[in-house]
Design a protein around this ligand. Structure first.
Ligand SMILES: Cc1cc2nc3c(=O)[nH]c(=O)nc-3n(C[C@H](O)[C@H](O)[C@H](O)COP(=O)(O)O)c2cc1C
Length: 369
């Protein structure tokens, strides 16, 4: 089979993955309204291309938090990647490095911080954190990420508790016994098993993550480290302003791929108010629903400095390990370049907010009787 779109990788992944893993990867929370909106919202945006502007040479490189990157697409943190393929997070991190993209490693990874650092030394790596009830666990993860050369910490702030993930509850989702949460020892090593007949992940989050965390804990994290701190899971201008006031280096506008609060807005819908509020003060990034170059373009036009993919990288990994993620990133890059050329943009600075409009602006009420 030749892969010409992310959907082709997704199809292949669906054939490869076991039910437990596939449901965990693909599902959203509740009735999956937000999961669907993340994609549909892009389709409601129209592009206004410009023409006769030399696009024979493109420069799509960018600098994010001081790092020179080949293009504005990175890999969002997704847990337990060995469920997709034995290459796991090492495969994804290497593929990201080849593509000149940021790789964000999840706390709940199946390859450890040190393994990923040793296997992908050239990749720009950020580390994603949760704040554990036992603060010393979080503190140790911070130290290890620093020592291993990770360049930023990404604190996930949309998960005081696990979202209502019904497929995982039905499947009593847990990690198979040959895999473990590689960043932990002792009782946290073996991942989680369902004790109460529901999702094992749900029970893990409830027993270990601290739902009492506040902006004070962001301050606590800041005094632990010199690394820049990025908050992931911001959906309102109000919280973006608090992140700025707390001295964060950046935010990722994210609804966790529709896996936490159902009927929260699509991230591309939430982006404009956040950009208007804080884009001059910190780096605004986005994830959720990005499937093609056109989506990257729209997010950039509306003010994101870079975007991330979650599930698409998992589909690449499931389809063909590290090589699958490499192929997927190549395809998405080519697609983004095509969009750049067809909209008349030779560099990222040519992408303007006026190039993206909501479909409703073409249909004024009463104009067509
Ligand atoms: C299977 C899976 C596992 C995830 N694990 C984490 C995680 O460990 N930490 C985190 O901050 N976000 C996690 N996320 C959310 C992603 O980082 C990201 O926000 C989301 O996948 C983006 O949407 P997309 O999948 O439509 O690209 C996970 C998402 C998926 C699909």
């Amino acid at each position: 089979m030749s892969f010409v779109s992310v959907a082709d990788f997704e199809q292949k992944a669906k054939e490869q993955l076991e039910r437990n893993a596939l449901d965990y990867y693909k599902s959203g929370a509740g009735e999956q309204v937000t999961r669907g909106l993340n994609h549909e919202a892009y389709k409601r945006l129209r592009l206004r291309p410009r023409c006769l502007r030399d696009v024979s040479h493109l420069d799509i490189s960018c600098k994010i938090l001081g790092e020179q990157l080949a293009w504005p697409l990175g890999i969002a943190p997704t847990a337990m990647q060995k469920l997709a393929h034995p290459d796991g997070e090492i495969g994804t991190a290497r593929a990201a490095g080849q593509a000149g993209s940021i790789f964000i490693l999840s706390t709940l990874s199946t390859c450890s911080i040190e393994e990923v650092a040793a296997a992908a030394p050239e990749t720009c790596k950020w580390f994603q954190l949760y704040i554990y009830k036992d603060r010393s666990l979080t503190q140790q993860l911070v130290r290890r990420a620093e020592l291993a050369g990770f360049k930023a910490l990404v604190l996930t702030v949309d998960m005081p508790i696990n979202g209502d993930r019904r497929a995982d509850a039905r499947n009593q989702f847990s990690l198979p016994s040959h895999l473990s949460l590689a960043n932990f020892q002792d009782e946290l090593t073996q991942g989680f098993a369902s004790q109460f007949g529901g999702s094992g992940l749900n029970e893990y989050v409830a027993s270990h993550y601290d739902p009492s965390i506040t902006w004070q804990d962001v301050k606590w994290l800041q005094q632990l480290t010199q690394l820049p701190i990025v908050l992931k899971g911001i959906l309102t201008a109000e919280d973006a302003q608090l992140a700025r006031d707390a001295g964060c280096a950046g935010i990722i506008v994210s609804n966790h791929g529709g896996r936490q609060l159902d009927t929260a807005p699509a991230t591309i819908e939430a982006l404009p108010e956040i950009v208007a509020a804080v884009a001059h003060d910190l780096v605004v990034m986005l994830d959720g629903g990005i499937m093609q170059g056109i989506d990257i373009f729209k997010a950039l036009a509306l003010g994101a400095q870079t975007v991330f993919i979650g599930r698409p990288a998992l589909w690449g990994l499931a389809a063909n390990g590290q090589r699958g993620v490499e192929q997927l990133l190549k395809l998405m890059r080519l697609d983004f370049e095509t969009t750049m050329k067809l909209t008349g943009c030779a560099t990222l600075s040519h992408i303007q907010p006026t190039m993206v409009v909501h479909e409703s602006s073409f249909w004024k009420l009463g104009e067509f009787n």
